[in-house]
Design a protein around this ligand. Structure first.
Ligand SMILES: Nc1nc2c(ncn2[C@@H]2O[C@H](COP(=O)(O)OP(=O)(O)OP(=O)(O)O)[C@@H](O)[C@H]2O)c(=O)[nH]1
Length: 301
C-alpha cells in the first residue's frame, strides 16, 4: 500500500478512438473491451453516439470513447451534431487512437488527422493488416506515416482477427495518468441497458435491411421495464418515409420479425436475462434535418 514507485502505480484515463468511417473503430473498441458495446456494420456511419467501452486490467483502466466518423461530404443537421461530438471528445481525452487502414491513406484520413489537437498524444493504429497480401508493404507504409506527423506510437494490428491488440493496450497505458479507477472495474460501459437495447436493435436494422435504405433510421425505446430477471422492452424503429416502413417490415412481416428476434437473442446474452421485445415501425418525416427532433431521440452530442 505504501509503494509509491510509478512502475506499480495504477493508471486510469480516457482514450478517444477516431478515424474516417469504416476503418474499424467499433470493431476495435469491442475487441479491446471484449464485449459488444458499440455497433458494427458494413454500412458507413453507423456509430452516432459516444459510447464508453471500459477495460480494467490489474494495472490500468482504459475508458474508450468511440466517436462517429468524421463528416466531410454531407451537411445535414445530423452531421453537424456528429462533428461537434467528435471535437468535444478529442479535447477531453488523455490519448487519441487514430485508426487508418493498412497501406491506405486517403484524403479523408488526412482531414481527420489535421483535426487532431497538438497537445494530446496520438497513437496511430494501422488496422486490417490481415487484408495485406504482401506483408512487406507494411514497413515502408509505417515509415511514410511516421513522416506525416510525430505519432507517440504506431501499432499495426487486426481488430477483426484480434491480432496485436494487446500491443495497443501496452502502447496506450503510459499515456494514462496515475490514479484510481474512474468507473467500477466490473463495468464495461457507462451506458444504460436501455441505451444498449436501442443500439443492438439499430444494428440489426442496419444489418438486415442492408443497403436498401438511406441513413434516416432511428430507434426509440418507448418503455423499458424490469421484472426480476425479465426485461420488457417496447421499441420503435423510426423512418423518414412511408415506403421505408414497408421495407423494414418485409413481406408478411418477416423482416421485422427477424430483426426483433436477433436483437432479443443478443440482448439476452448481454444482460444475462430473459427479454421480451416488441418492435413497431413508425414514420416521422424530416427528423434527420431537425436538430430538435434529434435531441429528443438522444442524439445530443
Ligand atoms: N479484414 C478486416 N476487416 C475489418 C477489421 N476491422 C474492421 N473490419 C471491418 O470493417 C468494417 C467497418 O468496421 P466498423 O468497426 O464498423 O468501422 P467504424 O470505423 O466503426 O465505422 P463507422 O461507425 O462508420 O465510423 C466492418 O465490415 C468490419 O468487419 C480488420 O481488422 N480486418
Amino acid at each position: 500500500m505504501n509503494d509509491t514507485s510509478s512502475a506499480s502505480a495504477f493508471r486510469a484515463g480516457y482514450a478517444a478512438i477516431v478515424g474516417r468511417p469504416n476503418v474499424g473503430k467499433s470493431t476495435l473498441t469491442n475487441r479491446l473491451v471484449g464485449h459488444k458495446v458499440s455497433i458494427v456494420s458494413r454500412k458507413q456511419q453507423t456509430t452516432r453516439h459516444r459510447v464508453h467501452g471500459i477495460l480494467t486490467t490489474d494495472r490500468a483502466q482504459f475508458v474508450f470513447v468511440d466517436t462517429p466518423g468524421f463528416q466531410t461530404r454531407h451537411k445535414r443537421a445530423l452531421n453537424r451534431l456528429m462533428n461537434r461530438t467528435v471535437t468535444q471528445a478529442l479535447s477531453e481525452v488523455d490519448v487519441i487512437v487514430f485508426v487508418i487502414e493498412a497501406c491506405r491513406f486517403t484524403a479523408e484520413d488526412a482531414q481527420v488527422m489535421d483535426l487532431l489537437p497538438e497537445h494530446v498524444p496520438v497513437v496511430l493504429v494501422i488496422n486490417k493488416v490481415d487484408r495485406l497480401k504482401d506483408k512487406k508493404l507494411l514497413l515502408p507504409f509505417i515509415a511514410e506515416m511516421a513522416q506525416r506527423r510525430p505519432f507517440a506510437e504506431i501499432v499495426p494490428l487486426s481488430a477483426e482477427k484480434d491480432e496485436h491488440t494487446d500491443e495497443l493496450l501496452r502502447a496506450l497505458e503510459p499515456y494514462l495518468p496515475e490514479g484510481e479507477p474512474i468507473y467500477d472495474p466490473d463495468m464495461i460501459t457507462d451506458r444504460s441497458e436501455r441505451f444498449l437495447a436501442a443500439e443492438y436493435l439499430r444494428e440489426k436494422v442496419f444489418r438486415l435491411v442492408g443497403d436498401e435504405l438511406p441513413y434516416g433510421i432511428a430507434v426509440e425505446i418507448e418503455r423499458y421495464e424490469t421484472e426480476g430477471n425479465l426485461r420488457r422492452i417496447y421499441a420503435s424503429v423510426i423512418v423518414e418515409r412511408e415506403p421505408h416502413k414497408a421495407i423494414i417490415i418485409g413481406r408478411g412481416g418477416e423482416r421485422i420479425k427477424r430483426i426483433a428476434t436477433e436483437a432479443r437473442q443478443e440482448l439476452e446474452n448481454l444482460l444475462e436475462a430473459r427479454v421480451y421485445l416488441e418492435v413497431w415501425v413508425k414514420v416521422r418525416s424530416g427528423w434527420a434535418d431537425d436538430e430538435q427532433a434529434l435531441r429528443s431521440l438522444g442524439y445530443d452530442g
